[in-house]
Design a protein around this ligand. Sequence first.
Ligand code: ATP
Ligand code: LTN
Length: 332
Amino acid sequence: MEDKKTLYSAIQPTNNLTIGNYVGAISNWLSLQNDYDCYYAIANMHAITVRQDPAELRRKTVALLALYLACGLDPQKCCFYVQSHVSAHAELCWVLNTFTYVGEMERMTQFKDKSARHAENVNMGLMDYPVLMAADILLYQAHYVPVGEDQRQHLEIARDIAQRFNNIYSPTFTVPEGLFLKVGAKIGDLQDPLKKMSKSAENANGSIFLTDDKDAIIRKFKRAVTDSGSEILFDPENKPGVSNLLTIYSVFTGKTVKEAEADFEGKGYGDFKLAVGEAVADKLAPIQLEQQRLLSDRGYLDNILKEGAEKAAYTAGKTLRKVYKKIGFYQI
Ligand code: ATP
Ligand code: LTN
């Protein structure tokens, strides 16, 4: 047990999750939970970098825990906790800020995107987002961080900050590695497959939410853009729409992309889109039911979060104390 490597990841409790989050993050976590010491956080401190309604943020926080469990993540194997319940995150973030350059943060793609989208509220937190994410990861001495492709740049920064600190003092942080899926690390928007499917996209027809019912799912897949030609082949460069749908189909049915292609040999786009929609709807229906069932047992969920916060605070506290000692914070 003791020699398992540590794995860390988190999702923000903003909006409803999309199948992009499911495929890029949660489906990957599921396959890793048996082999690693896993920490899966609910990143509510990251969420407030864009304005949130307080009641909704509270509701979405427990809903996300219920979703983690409904998807099959096991509280016996994983530590689930809410980021704001462990004060070490904010504390280490402050220290790491002094090892991060303003120019580095200004160059982050997500910062540029989000500042353009929320031009009325380009707050310091939005810019500091990657440093808080580095603090999350480094506090747990995580070896691996399974995330979608869009987080690659943030992970690089976390590695840079860790190495910078280790070089100035002495080895303190494990330098984390990203774990990206070969297939599914970037699910495209159904209306614009070159863009990532996003929780906060303007056009809701491009995203399938995990809360969507079967009718909505089938309708959105039927409207999904495909490519010229009529063959159903995996070729992301020339057929981004079809390849995106094949990826989704393969993850939701557990088939390889080759097997998925074979299922649709000689078939038309109409049949194909319907089959993808049905595969997704069939997989999501029991998850949705289980999430609702879990949400009616708030005591059980709160208990998981309480135990999770205790375990997380213990691990994070050890790293934070080491850091405070190395940088010369007076201890009593
Ligand atoms: P928002 O659109 O509100 O910025 P988001 O959809 O990017 O949010 P996050 O909470 O930022 O969601 O990300 C949660 C996880 O889902 C991360 O690991 C991220 O890389 C992954 N992810 C998000 N979108 C996709 C996608 N389209 N394809 C694959 N993985 C994704
Ligand atoms: N920024 C991440 C969510 C996140 C995260 C983390 C992921 C916050 N802290 C630490 C991995 C490790 C995102 O997916 N948008």
